[in-house]
Design a binder for this molecule. Structure first.
Ligand code: HEC
Ligand code: HEC
Length: 176
């Protein structure tokens, strides 16, 4: 009986310990736990102007040159006119550059850069080698399912994409 109680005590202690261990990564200084949770960087204009047609894609997914080109061509933005006044445009670009994949501010960014050539500046996150490799288990027909539409619709599968969370536990591919 005594042994049994002691045994339960140990099991409980281990249980509490592993709960603590699990909750630590999301509470670290950079909020970059596991590398699949993005730092909580934000900018008011970016949230306001870049999250109306799709989620506000984290700056960490593309290098500075890509963001510069994209922000320089907002009048012809993937078939849409997403033009802004010059001050807002400059404000957003500063934010994107400061937190870009090659700014050294996040683990996610470093990973994106690892598989990118020095002079590459893809116009899309979904065209980076990093993205293609990470999603090689997703077949072509899945991307075009009605509830997904395109690979750019991150939130269709990453249920917490808007909060910058992309870990395995939060991925669920819709059936149709
Ligand atoms: C008027 C609607 C609209 C607004 C506003 C808008 N976008 Fe887009 N954006 C689109 C469309 C449409 C696509 C293409 C989506 C697709 O391929 O499914 C796109 C795609 C993108 C992509 C490429 C996604 C991929 O495939 O990897 C990036 C990056 C992007 N937008 C950034 C921005 C930024 C930064 C802003 C704010 C300055 C912005 N967008 C504002 C409509 C918009
Ligand atoms: C059709 C569903 C789907 C869409 C849409 C999608 N993903 Fe994913 N994504 C996945 C799956 C499945 C995985 C692999 C999960 C795993 O096993 O780690 C994944 C993995 C990831 C990872 C984790 C990589 C790692 O290091 O483990 C990141 C980050 C990510 N996706 C970002 C994005 C972004 C950004 C977008 C939108 C531009 C996007 N995904 C769109 C299904 C999707």
């Amino acid at each position: 009986m005594n042994y049994l109680l002691r045994g339960i005590g140990v099991v409980t202690a281990v249980g509490v310990f592993s709960l603590l261990a699990f909750s630590l990564p999301s509470g670290d200084a950079h909020g970059d736990g596991g590398g699949n949770v993005l730092p909580r960087t934000t900018n008011k204009a970016w949230q306001q102007e870049c999250a109306s047609c799709h989620i506000a894609y984290s700056p960490a997914f593309l290098p500075k040159t890509s963001w510069r080109r994209l922000m320089g061509g907002l009048d012809q933005h993937f078939g849409e006119n997403a033009s802004l006044d010059p001050a807002t445009q400059a404000d957003i670009l500063r934010f994107l550059e400061a937190n870009a994949a090659d700014s050294g501010t996040s683990r996610m960014g470093s990973r994106v850069m690892q598989s990118m050539g020095a002079n590459q500046a893809p116009p899309r996150i979904t065209e980076t080698r990093w993205f293609v490799r990470k999603h090689d288990e997703v077949s072509k027909s899945v991307w075009s399912r009605k509830s997904i539409g395109s690979a750019a619709n991150c939130a269709a599968c990453h249920r917490q994409a808007e909060q910058g969370v992309f870990d395995e536990d939060t991925v669920r591919i819709p059936k149709q």
